[in-house]
Design a protein around this ligand. Structure first.
Ligand code: MN
Length: 488
């Protein structure tokens, strides 16, 4: 979706003379070019930094250029860090310190003092790390040889995370109607969210959407119906209901595009003038990368869009999810997630079916059409952003999705089944202790490390429930977090 790039900055100093500096630059160009082949975004060599002026100029340019999604820094030689202060103190882009070195091994015969002065990352990267620590900079540190696959994978995932930060800072959310009446967790401070995360969350009338729907032509609807038929199995005779969803999708997308919005919400309590809650329409929009949150949940909507953007190809396997019901068979305990209609087909195993069924909630004159499927097996996370009053908290839980253990032939919605870490019961205790919502974003593409990095960049609290988490340890962490965030 976006043409982002990252800038590679290599630290050195003039003390070593031109020959060393030429070698440093040549190697830095070689490394950037080779790394770029294995990374999801270009890594562009920018400068061998030797002066305060060079570094300050580079940071000014990075802040200014929208396409620059972050800086990757490394010190080939020693690079005295006081010359980095003025630049780094003003840096507004995500920052990664790649603690690597050009050569993999110490060459037994070749090594002498010249070799050591040239290949001095172990020394230079420590000086560099001190300064970032002193500046309290949000940063990612990745150590290891630059040709190692694990280093490249982690750098690539950090790049996706930094793009998630850029997408977040440009995020606009379109709300149709307000939150579901009386619900607490979907509320939040939109001003705080815009300050921290950049989100512009605003409302549009459902009547505007109905008017937009009235303007959709039969030809446009027919073209989208053909796409539905090519992507999904039509398992209903009520084609007029499906056509209605197509009309809803076209109208919503036109409004989103017109306003530059990447996410939207609606609520079954406010469908004035509409025959169906958008189901298939919303699912199809999510498949295209748009974020969605049900019952007016704008936090879940924007998080869905951000996490999709952080995934493979800028639209990964992430979707709006809701914890619905438990399977508490001893030794085989699972959580069943779904939503009334709106589960993203990027989570599907196999080809989704279009079905129509009555919806026993809200005002739906006609049975809404929706995609029905099973989620695929695999490691995943669920993430929930909540407003703690004075700050935002992002909660992430590692989960393992399974092929649903029951066919559930009468359940008319898409469903995903999983086992959370550290176990279903302890995982539920942790989630509830942390205040996590029933609405989440489920992702097969974004992991806990990425969400931790994202939260650090955005300067919000992060809580990760993993296989090692205990309720007791988590309570302690939350207690200290509460104090720390009040002081911050
Ligand atoms: Mn819901």
């Amino acid at each position: 979706m976006e043409n982002y790039e990252f800038w590679f900055v290599v630290g050195s100093q003039s003390l070593y003379g031109p020959e060393v500096l030429e070698t440093v630059e040549r190697r830095a160009r070689e490394m950037a070019a080779e790394l770029a082949q294995a990374l999801p975004f270009p890594l562009v060599y920018k400068v061998t930094a030797k002066t305060n002026g060079e570094i300050s100029a580079l940071v000014r340019e990075a802040n200014y250029q929208e396409r620059c999604a972050g800086i990757v820094a490394w010190c080939h030689t020693f690079s005295p860090s006081k010359m980095w202060i003025n630049g780094l103190a003003g840096l507004q882009k995500p920052y990664c310190h790649l603690a690597t070195q050009y050569n993999r091994e110490i060459p037994n015969d070749e090594i002498d003092m010249d070799f050591m002065n040239l290949n001095q990352a172990a020394h230079g990267d420590r000086e560099h790390g001190f300064l970032a620590a002193r500046l309290r900079m949000p940063r990612k540190v990745i150590a290891g040889h630059w040709q190692d696959r694990s280093v490249r994978d982690r750098l690539g995932r950090w790049m996706r995370t930094a793009v998630g930060a850029a997408v977040s800072r440009g995020m606009k959310v379109m709300r149709f109607g307000d939150n579901m009446r009386e619900v607490a967790v979907t509320e939040g401070d939109k001003v705080e969210a815009q300050i921290k995360l950049g989100w512009q969350v605003n409302t549009w009338a459902v009547g505007d959407l109905v008017r937009e729907m009235d303007a959709v032509t039969e030809a446009d609807t027919g073209a989208l119906m053909a796409q539905y038929q090519s992507r999904y199995d039509m398992a209903t005779d009520k084609l007029d209901h499906v056509r209605y969803q197509a009309r809803e999708e076209i109208a919503i997308r036109r409004m989103l595009e017109r306003e530059g919005c990447r996410a939207f919400t609606n609520t079954f309590q406010d469908l004035y003038g509409m025959e169906q809650l958008p189901g298939l329409a919303t699912q199809s929009l999510m498949a295209q990368g748009y974020g969605y949150g049900g019952e007016g949940d704008w936090k879940a909507a924007a998080m869905t869009a951000v996490m999709k953007a952080m995934g493979e190809g800028g639209n990964g396997a992430s979707g709006f999810m809701e914890d619905y019901t438990y399977h508490l068979a001893q030794g085989g305990e699972y959580s069943l997630g779904a939503h009334m209609l709106e589960v993203c087909p990027s989570l599907a195993q196999g080809r989704p079916r279009i079905e129509t069924h009555p919806l026993g909630i809200g005002m739906n004159e006609k049975d809404p059409a929706r995609l029905v499927f099973e989620g695929r097996a695999g490691d995943a996370v669920v993430a929930s952003l909540i407003d703690m009053g004075g700050r935002l908290r992002l909660i992430c839980q590692d989960i393992h999705c399974v092929k649903p253990i029951l066919p559930m032939p009468n359940l008319p919605v898409a469903r995903v089944m999983w086992r959370p870490e550290p176990s279903l019961t302890a995982g539920v205790e942790c989630w509830i202790t942390a205040g996590g919502a029933h609405h989440t974003v489920l992702s097969y593409d974004v992991d806990g490390e990425m969400l931790r990095d994202w939260a650090r960049i955005m300067d919000i609290e992060f809580v990760h429930i993993t296989r090692d988490t205990t309720v007791e340890g988590l309570e302690r962490e939350l207690f200290w977090n509460d104090l720390a965030w009040k002081l911050k």
